[in-house]
Design a protein around this ligand. Structure first.
Ligand SMILES: C=C(O[C@@H]1C=C(C(=O)O)C=C[C@H]1O)C(=O)O
Length: 105
C-alpha cells in the first residue's frame, strides 16, 4: 500500500481502529462504514459546489450586465493558488480548474 510520503495524501489512521480488520466481517464492516462516511462527504461537497455555482454565477452575471467581462483572470489565479496551497500543486490545480469551469455561466 502507498504511504503518505509517496502520494502526499494523509491517511485516516483512526478509521481502522474501530474494526478488527483481520477478519472478513471486520474488514467488510470497515469498508461499509468508511463508504458511508465518504457518501456523507460527497453529499456535502455537492451542496457546496451548487452553492459556489450560485454565488459565482451571480457575480459573473452582474459583471456582464455592467458591461464587463464574465471572467477575471487575476481572481482565478488567486483561487488556483488557494487550491494548490491546500491540496498540493498538481491535485490542487486540477481541482481548481475543474471547479472554475463548473462555475462558469
Ligand atoms: C466569481 C467571479 O467571477 C469569475 C468566477 C470565478 C470563480 O468561480 O471563482 C473567479 C473569477 C471570475 O472568472 C469573481 O470574479 O469573483
Amino acid at each position: 500500500m502507498k504511504s503518505t510520503e509517496d502520494d502526499g495524501i494523509a491517511r485516516d489512521s483512526e478509521a481502522k481502529k474501530d474494526f478488527p480488520v483481520t477478519t472478513n466481517s471486520g474488514y467488510a464492516s470497515f469498508i461499509d462504514e468508511s463508504r458511508e462516511r465518504i457518501d456523507e462527504i460527497d453529499v456535502q461537497l455537492i451542496e457546496l459546489i451548487k452553492k459556489r455555482q450560485e454565488i459565482s454565477g451571480s457575480i459573473q452575471l452582474h459583471r456582464l450586465e455592467s458591461g464587463g467581462n464574465k471572467s477575471d483572470t487575476s481572481r482565478e489565479n488567486d483561487v488556483l493558488g488557494t487550491y494548490r496551497k491546500g491540496l498540493g500543486d498538481k491535485r490542487g490545480a486540477a481541482l481548481a480548474m475543474k471547479i472554475l469551469e463548473m462555475c462558469r455561466i
